[in-house]
Design a protein around this ligand. Structure first.
Ligand SMILES: NC(=O)c1ccc[n+]([C@@H]2O[C@H](COP(=O)([O-])OP(=O)(O)OC[C@H]3O[C@@H](n4cnc5c(N)ncnc54)[C@H](OP(=O)(O)O)[C@@H]3O)[C@@H](O)[C@H]2O)c1
Length: 271
């Protein structure tokens, strides 16, 4: 395989060192919220490492896409306990967990690690349950937040670390090195960002709604330029077509129901 990392390159960059976390034999990684923009990118980076096994959580309708993107074992977190599902396949747990959920899920992530495993926490998605602020979800997440003492880290042979790109904004050199490495992988065809949809700035509300309703698979992109006049003219036509399709479906359903009723009645008559 020429598209995988098998050894540490000379003069490794910080990015190489992060990937070197995966240079253990047959590493297992759990990527939570794997159909998101970040989850898809993380999966692609994991796949640059030899013999990696990736577990990904997502709602069932997105499993096919994330499997094609490199997730080895897909888990429907809405209907199953992902801890149980992972332990069925990998009883000892996993080497790395990427956790953007926070709250009780971070405790679960820590418990899922094998000795010498590493938990990387980079979000608190559990506090976002819909378009409006949910104070109950914030309180629940805070109450269940993960805390650990250093002694127990040593005794369990586990590591915990955090990542927040927003707070690395003054680290120009580091970011440039990582961006160059990512571009190199892109130019070599080893990674490819998955764009879900693109929106103009004036459509920011629709773009946000798409994410909040969890309909996106991959990145939702905002375009800085305003929408072209021709596109604006096309829009009402598209809306009308959508309405027509909906009406047609409703009519079809009504017809189906009528047919079913007729069939039932004729069965009754026969009996
Ligand atoms: N620290 C940083 O530097 C940094 C940078 C960027 C993003 N983030 C964080 O990373 C997280 C993911 O970002 P993103 O852009 O990939 O998000 P996104 O595009 O909105 O995707 C999240 C998707 O993950 C799925 N998911 C799977 N399990 C979930 C669960 N238990 N709870 C909620 N959603 C779940 C959801 O789809 P289904 O429910 O349909 O499966 C959802 O559509 C966010 O929390 C974000 O704040 C952190």
């Amino acid at each position: 395989m020429d598209n995988v990392y098998t050894s540490v390159p000379p003069n490794p960059s910080p990015f190489d060192l992060q990937l070197s976390l995966l240079w253990v034999s047959s590493p297992c990684v759990t990527v939570k919220v794997s159909p998101g923009g970040v989850g898809i990118a993380a999966t692609q980076l994991c796949k640059t490492v030899k013999d990696v096994t990736v577990f990904g959580t997502a709602s069932a309708s997105k499993h096919e896409v994330i499997s094609q993107g490199g997730v080895t074992h897909t888990i429907d977190y809405r209907t199953r306990d992902y801890m149980d599902e992972i332990r069925k396949i990998s009883p000892k747990g996993v080497d790395i967990v990427l956790d953007p959920l926070g709250g009780s899920d971070t405790n679960k992530a820590f418990n899922l690690l094998k000795p010498m495993g590493k938990l990387i926490t980079y979000g608190a998605a559990n506090v976002l349950t819909g378009p409006k602020k949910n104070l109950f979800a914030v309180a629940k997440s805070w109450y269940n937040h993960f805390s650990v003492n250093v002694q127990s880290l040593m005794n369990s042979n586990k590591a915990v670390c955090g990542f927040h790109l927003g707070y690395l904004d003054s680290e120009f050199e580091l970011i440039a090195q990582v961006a160059n490495k990512v571009l190199e992988l892109y130019n070599q065809g080893k990674i490819k960002p998955r764009v879900d949809t693109t929106w103009h700035f004036e459509q920011v509300g629709d773009a946000m709604r798409r994410m909040q309703e969890r309909n996106n698979i991959g990145k939702v992109i905002l375009l800085p330029e305003p929408k072209k006049e021709e596109e604006k003219k096309e829009e009402p036509k598209k809306e009308e077509e959508k309405k027509d399709k909906k009406e047609d479906k409703k009519e079809d359903k009504k017809e189906d129901k009528k047919e079913d009723k007729k069939k039932e009645e004729s069965k009754k008559e026969e009996n």
